[in-house]
Design a binder for this molecule. Structure first.
Ligand code: ADP
Ligand code: NI
Length: 216
C-alpha cells in the first residue's frame, strides 16, 4: 500500500472513531494537531509521512478514558497499521511516539526520541494553549461536571502522573497545573515561537477572568 493510501485510510478510520467526541479529543483536535505538526515538521525537516500518521493516531485510545491503561493507544495503532501491512520499523516509530506524547504531570519529563515525535508533541501541546486551549479546558471541565473557578481552592502541584490524573479541581486551576507550564516544555524553536504568543493570550484571559470574578 502506498504512503498516500495509508494516510487516507487512517484518516477515515480516526475520523469515524473520534467524530463527535465531547471531551476535547474529537476529530477536529486531531485535524488541528496534524496541520500544526506538518507545519512544524516542514520547518524542522522531519519525515512528514511519519509526522502525519503519528498525529492522526496520537489519541486513538486515550488511556484516561480506558481505565488508565497506557498501552491501549499504541496497541490499537499497532493493530491498525499491521492490518494495513505497514512496515515494522514505521509501526514501531509511530507507536513509540503515541506512547511518549502525552503530558504526565508537572514534574514528569516526557522526552521525545525523534524529531517527528518532537513536532507531534509540540503540536498537541499547542492545541492545549491559546484561544483553543481555553475552549478545550472549559469543555473538558463541563464534561467532568467541574466548577469554572473556586477561590477557596488552590491549584495542586502534581508530583506524579497519578496525582495529575486524579485532579478534580475547578478548571481555572488547570491553567496553573498544566497549561501555563507548556510553553517552557516545547521541543522545537518553531513550536516555542507559536507557544509564546498563545501563552501570552491565555495569561491575559485568566487575568481578566479573575478581575471580572471580583466585579472589576
Ligand atoms: P494530552 O493531549 O496531552 O493527553 P489531555 O488528554 O490531558 O492532554 O487533555 C486533553 C484536553 O483536555 C486538553 O486541552 C487539556 O487541557 C484538557 N484537560 C485535561 N485535564 C483537564 C482538567 N483537569 N481541567 C480542564 N481541562 C483539562
Ligand atoms: Ni491530543
Amino acid at each position: 500500500m502506498s504512503n498516500k493510501e495509508i494516510l487516507s485510510k487512517t484518516e477515515a478510520y480516526v475520523r469515524n472513531k473520534l467524530e463527535g467526541e465531547g471531551s476535547g479529543h474529537d476529530w477536529w483536535h486531531i485535524h488541528r494537531v496534524r496541520n500544526t505538526a506538518l507545519k512544524l515538521g516542514e520547518e524542522e525537516n522531519a519525515d512528514l509521512f511519519v509526522v502525519g500518521l503519528a498525529a492522526l493516531l496520537h489519541d486513538i485510545a486515550d488511556h484516561k478514558f480506558h481505565g488508565g491503561d497506557e498501552e491501549i493507544g499504541p496497541a490499537t495503532a499497532r493493530k491498525w497499521l499491521t492490518n494495513l501491512n505497514a512496515e515494522e520499523s514505521l509501526i514501531n516509530h509511530v507507536c513509540e511516539i503515541i506512547r511518549d506524547v502525552s503530558f504526565k504531570g508537572a514534574e514528569v519529563e516526557t522526552p521525545m526520541k525523534t524529531i517527528e515525535g518532537k513536532v507531534v508533541q509540540d503540536a498537541d501541546r499547542l492545541d492545549a494553549i491559546g484561544a483553543i486551549g481555553i475552549a478545550r479546558a472549559f469543555a473538558y471541565g463541563g464534561y467532568k461536571g467541574r466548577e469554572l473557578h473556586n477561590p477557596d481552592t488552590k491549584p495542586a502541584s502534581h508530583h506524579s502522573f497519578d496525582s495529575y490524573k486524579k485532579s478534580t479541581g475547578p478548571t481555572i486551576n488547570h491553567f496553573y497545573e498544566k497549561l501555563f507550564l507548556l510553553k517552557d516544555r516545547m521541543n522545537t524553536a518553531s513550536g516555542r515561537k507559536l507557544a509564546e504568543q498563545r501563552h501570552q493570550f491565555m495569561e491575559e484571559y485568566v487575568d481578566r477572568f479573575l478581575s471580572e470574578w471580583d466585579g472589576k
